[in-house]
Design a protein around this ligand. Structure first.
Ligand code: PAF
Length: 285
């Protein structure tokens, strides 16, 4: 596997592959890779001739007081996982390589101006999706992939990237991949490593509430409030849990819905101790 640190190295390798008529898949990550990321690489390997993963903790998507400095990093382990899963190149740039103005700052952003990035996670993380769109847009320009692979666990991010690709006419197919869970249901996340043993147990309320919502919809419940109230009551029974949001929104626009009709995203963010975890499901009625 090629380890590329500069934009120039990535561009020159991708140019070679494209000259040979090979298709290129991109899996953007912030590193500290787990089975969730591995499943994205596996899907990219299935669908594309060559796979590039980016491994970059992107400063512009972290707000003041968030975990940018403490975000877990283990590049050697990442390389091992990527290589085992058939990744052809990892792009691991420095902050200055990605943001030449220095200190992870930029004056040029990609930002969706309507409510979409201000719903759900955007309510408490107001600059988050602007940073995500900016870095993903830059990665698209650097790697020029045919397809890019994102996890459904970050459902709002996936919807926003699809919107950005449509609005800015990127000729890239966005592939959403299913959430990967631990055996007991907890959605895999790099931030799970922050949890103490007791918090790890408490964190199960998220996936339990998601399963509860799926069952209620399968049993015929169509009133979003009834479902959200039941989920809230379940999470509130756990003393270590503090709800950020539990919402039902349109799967494309992220606008709140009252009725479960069509493609609805039921999404939640909950603090377990000081760790903010997210989970979701898409229901279709
Ligand atoms: O989902 C992530 O890990 C990040 O938001 C992404 C897409 C790699 C952009 O930094």
């Amino acid at each position: 596997m090629i380890i590329a640190k500069t934009v120039a190295e990535v561009r020159s390798q991708v140019r070679e592959w494209k000259k040979e008529g090979l298709t290129v898949g991109l899996v953007p990550t912030m590193g500290y890779l787990h089975e969730g990321h591995a499943s994205l690489i596996d899907e990219a390997v299935r669908q594309c001739d060559r796979v590039v993963a980016s491994d970059f903790v992107n400063p512009t998507q972290f707000g003041p007081g968030e975990d940018l400095e403490s975000y877990p990093r283990d590049f050697d382990h990442d390389c091992q996982l990527l290589e085992e899963h058939g990744c052809n190149m990892v792009f691991h740039p420095s902050v200055d390589e990605m943001y030449p103005d220095g200190n992870g700052k930029t004056d040029t952003y990609i930002e969706i101006l309507d409510d979409m990035p201000r719903q759900l996670c955007g309510k408490t993380r107001p600059i988050h999706f602007r940073g995500v769109c900016t870095v993903v847009g830059k990665l698209f320009n650097i790697v020029t992939p045919d397809k890019a692979f994102f996890g459904q666990k970050d459902a709002q991010q996936l919807a926003i990237i699809r919107r950005m690709v449509r609005d800015l006419s990127y000729g890239i197919e966005i592939v959403g991949c299913p959430i990967v869970r631990e055996n007991d249901g907890l959605a895999k996340s790099s931030r799970n490593t922050y949890l103490s043993e007791d918090e790890r147990k408490a964190a199960l309320v998220l996936s339990q509430a998601i399963r509860m919502a799926e069952k209620m919809v399968a049993d015929g419940e169509r009133d979003a409030k009834v479902i959200l109230d039941a989920m809230t009551a379940h999470v509130e029974k756990e003393p270590k849990a503090k709800i950020d949001y539990i919402s039902a929104v349109d799967g494309v626009t992220m606008a709140n819905v009252d009725k479960i009709e069509g493609n609805v995203l039921i999404a939640m963010a909950v603090y377990i101790g000081s760790t903010r975890l997210i989970d979701n499901c898409i229901v279709n009625a």
